[in-house]
Every structure is written in structure tokens, then in C-alpha cells.
Ligand binder design. Structure first.
Ligand code: ZN
Length: 195
């Protein structure tokens, strides 16, 4: 994969879908944490248009029984990594995406304020694709180059910062593999594993 470049809050050369579900980071705080999520819509199915639709508030409630339960959510992430490793950016990194919800990390609440949210298309129980690990590691390295505030390499799963409420990216996600891929790119990796 060609090295990614992040400039002015955007990844160069990737697909862009603008989400309205974002706002200014309080105090213009710089991102300090990358949060990894897993998502598929409907759950367990890959490749449809529905993640874009959810993040742009046009998810049709009648397209799937599950959609009626989430249609009113106003959520987003900064980036989605599709099964083939392709990236879509929804929110500039300088803005606050609405991905973490009620959350807690190293003594602080409201992780959206100080984090970058990255969704992997997947489920808690199916192995994530090789190309997703490569793309995610490349993105983490590019973000650390662009944001000195991320240079300590802090990264967490959604389940790490919202335990009991969220399980993604799930047991299927291979953290040691991501760590190797990130470190292999000369970037830092630090994750606080819950007891
Ligand atoms: Zn999540």
C-alpha cells in the first residue's frame, strides 16, 4: 500500500462522504487517542451502502428490520475501513466525530472530545480482513506523523472505553497483529488492557 498522507485534517486521495454528525472539539483539544470500532449493516453483512447512509442520517427504516432501531441515531466516525482495506473519510480529524458515546479512558470522560474514531467493517466474531489490518496500521502511522499529540501511540477499542455497553471490535480483532503492523511502520503503539 502507498504511504498515506494526512493534511489539513484529511487523508489525501481517499473516498469522502461528508457527515453532518460532528462539531468542534471543546477547547480545540488535539486528538490523543485512536478508537477502533467494528460495524456492519445489517449486522453480519458487508459491502452495502448502509454505513454511509447511517452516518449521513438517511438510513431507510424499511430496508431492514434492524434499521428501525438505529435510524434515529446521530453518529459518525472519522474513517471507515472497508473489507478490502478501502478508506472512506466522513469527518475531518480536527472536528469531533460522534463515535464513542458515553465513554471513559485513563481518568477522562467523553472520549469523542480527544479521540479519532475509526470503524472497521466487520463483526465481533468473524476474522477481520488482512487488508484492513494493513490499512489501519498505515492510517495510524500517518496520523502520528500529522498529529504530535498522537505520538505516544495510544489506541483503544470501543469496548475498552465503554465496557459493559460496547463489545466492538470484538474478540475477532487481533490486537497483537495490529501492534506488529503499526510498529513495523516505525509508529508507536500503546494500549491499556483492561484487567
Ligand atoms: Zn463502536
Amino acid at each position: 500500500m502507498i504511504a498515506l498522507t494526512v493534511s489539513m485534517g484529511m487523508i489525501a486521495g481517499v473516498r469522502i462522504v461528508d457527515s453532518p454528525n460532528c462539531d468542534v472539539r471543546p477547547g480545540l483539544i488535539e486528538p490523543e487517542l485512536v478508537v477502533v470500532h467494528g460495524i456492519s449493516l445489517p449486522p453480519g453483512r458487508f459491502g452495502g451502502p448502509w454505513i454511509d447512509a447511517l452516518f449521513t442520517n438517511v438510513l431507510p427504516a424499511d430496508a431492514d428490520p434492524y434499521f428501525g432501531t438505529i435510524q434515529r441515531l446521530r453518529v459518525s466516525s472519522h474513517v471507515l475501513v472497508a473489507r478490502d482495506g478501502g478508506l472512506t473519510q466522513y469527518v475531518p480529524f480536527g472536528l469531533r466525530a460522534w463515535h464513542a458515546g458515553t465513554s471513559y479512558w485513563r481518568g477522562r470522560n467523553a472520549c469523542n472530545d480527544f479521540s479519532i474514531g475509526i470503524e472497521l467493517e466487520g463483526t465481533d466474531v468473524e476474522p477481520y480482513d488482512d487488508r484492513q489490518y494493513e490499512a489501519l496500521a498505515e492510517l495510524v502511522a500517518a496520523l502520528q506523523r500529522a498529529y504530535p499529540s498522537l505520538a505516544e501511540g495510544w489506541i483503544a477499542g470501543h469496548a475498552d472505553i465503554a465496557p459493559g455497553r460496547k463489545t466492538d471490535p470484538g474478540p475477532a480483532f487481533d490486537w497483537p497483529r495490529l501492534e506488529r503492523a503499526v510498529r513495523g511502520r516505525g509508529a508507536a503503539f500503546r494500549r491499556e488492557v483492561l484487567a
